[in-house]
Design a protein around this ligand. Structure first.
Ligand SMILES: [Zn+2]
Length: 284
């Protein structure tokens, strides 16, 4: 009796992994309610305030990384938001995603999947992580300015937030402590099928795919590959083991039909649960 109670307690403190897709979905809905959220917009600022208010309740260290981006549309004020869950090893694990939506003047593009899903998944991760003991520092980062300001994705007109943070973390020494960085983008599609992104770190990709299989989610992580330019790139270029989890097979991509009815709590739960378990495996 005593022994099993002690075992249950130990199990509860070690494996209190409860990523709720329903909760993540609600966070996405909240982000979408602010409307189109391109960098520099009032709605983008309102969403920043919302993210900050949420994570201040999650028992983490909250940091901001404000900067002015020079874009084809002139100078735009942007801000990355960072939640740090401190460990004791000196090493760090980083999970990232973007919260801005692509600028489409005159349209009502709310990016439920593209911008919304990563925002909500990270907010739910923050909620889930506060109940776990940490070995490594775990950083959650909401990037601003992932999207190109121009219609086309060209040159340096994209990845503003991730390029800024990679440069800052290289200078202050944080990058040298990062043993893995996982970026998530467009992971809410009801019809979830994630392909291996080919520029990413092979070992880290294998860990994610093996973990998904072990959790019974192998059907959603395909044995197919695809190259994608995303927020993991500035870190890869600095030698950080980094990958991008993205389901780019999504018809409403950059259309006004990228709305809440195209995404599901289940898909968010699958990806969130896999990421939480990968954090656990990276720490042990
Ligand atoms: Zn996009």
């Amino acid at each position: 009796m005593l022994r099993s109670a002690a075992f249950l307690l130990a199990a509860a403190s070690t494996f209190a992994v409860d990523f709720s897709g329903t909760s993540a979905f609600k966070y996405v809905a909240k982000a979408v309610e602010f409307g189109p959220r391109p960098s520099g917009s009032e709605a983008n600022q309102k969403l920043q305030n919302y993210i900050l208010a949420q994570i201040r309740m999650d028992g983490c260290e909250v940091m901001e990384d404000p900067f002015t981006a020079s874009t084809p549309n002139g100078a735009i004020k942007m801000d990355n938001i960072i939640a740090k869950f401190p460990g004791r090893s000196g090493k760090a694990i980083v999970i990232t995603g973007h919260f801005d939506t692509k600028l489409f003047p005159g349209r009502k593009f709310v990016g439920a999947n593209d911008g919304g899903s990563s925002t909500g998944l990270l907010l739910e991760l923050a909620r889930a992580l506060q109940r776990q003991p940490r070995i490594d520092d775990v950083y959650l980062v909401w990037f601003d300015g992932e999207e190109a300001v121009r219609e086309q994705w060209e040159g340096e007109d994209n990845l503003y937030g991730s390029r800024h943070l990679a440069a800052k973390w290289r200078k202050d020494g944080t990058l040298a402590r990062v043993k893995a960085l996982i970026n998530v983008d467009m992971i809410g599609d009801k019809d979830l099928d994630i392909k291996r992104e080919t520029t990413g770190n092979a070992k880290l990709n294998t860990l994610v795919w093996d973990t998904a299989k072990a959790l019974g989610y192998g059907a959603y992580f395909l044995d197919q590959t695809q190259a994608t330019e995303d927020d993991h790139l500035p870190f890869l270029q600095q030698g950080v083991p980094a990958i991008d989890l993205i389901d780019f097979d999504y018809d409403p991509w950059h259309k006004d039909s990228d709305t809440m009815d195209k995404i599901s709590a289940q898909s968010l739960e699958i990806v969130g649960t896999v990421v939480l378990e990968v954090i656990h495996r990276l720490e042990h």
